[in-house]
Design a protein around this ligand. Sequence first.
Ligand SMILES: Nc1ncnc2c1ncn2[C@@H]1O[C@H](COP(=O)(O)OP(=O)(O)OP(=O)(O)O)[C@@H](O)[C@H]1O
Ligand SMILES: [Mg+2]
Length: 216
Amino acid sequence: MAEEALYKINVLNANNFRDLRTNIEYQLQHKKDKFVVVTSSNQGEGKSYCALNVALAFSEAKKKVLLVDLDLHRPRLSKNLSYSYMGIVSIYEEAHDYKDCLTSIAENVDFLPSGYVPLNPSEIISSDIVSNTLHQAAKDYDIIIIDSPPVRLSPDTKFIISEFKNVLFIVRANKTRNHEVEEAFDKMKLINPSILGTVLNMKKFSKKERMLYEYK
Ligand SMILES: Nc1ncnc2c1ncn2[C@@H]1O[C@H](COP(=O)(O)OP(=O)(O)OP(=O)(O)O)[C@@H](O)[C@H]1O
Ligand SMILES: [Mg+2]
């Protein structure tokens, strides 16, 4: 299973992701929408980790999930979850059907990798081909989770958010600075995102806090 091989997850974490799933599910139902764009201010704050674990939490609830790697600069999920060179880039350049690029990573979870690293990521990300492909895929899935680059640093993410709207914003505990969060929200302001939630990731809990939160 993907979560065993890649990112070991503890009970506290798993419960947090289930809780997050409920919050996201409620909001998406209300909006009649299926897309979630995962982003943050900086590199290494846990976007890919959270995207994968939210996907797994939805699969636990028997939802059909498509996890998409739209971080064409640092496609970490693709490196870890797929050996295929076929993905977003080959859909764009070689007109592959997205269904031929999928890897099943868990029960009910398909993964659409980035494909090889391109020279023109922004052109690909902002293309109609990519947005049409994902809107077409939305007919086959209950939820589509999109891993993206940090919005403060990459213009690609603004294209992704302007197309798919719903943002799950990751903040890394004791690392992401206030002004970096402000800058990220400033960048998103003009494209009018719908913020589904903010995750405080990698927070270290004391033993006492763990005992309080770990419901038996
Ligand atoms: N909650 C967590 N618990 C344990 N490890 C985590 C957690 N969140 C992230 N990590 C680990 O931290 C590292 C960075 O996480 P990740 O690759 O998801 O960040 P990212 O924001 O996607 O970075 P990039 O901008 O480079 O794509 C990874 O090794 C990941 O496994
Ligand atoms: Mg990442």
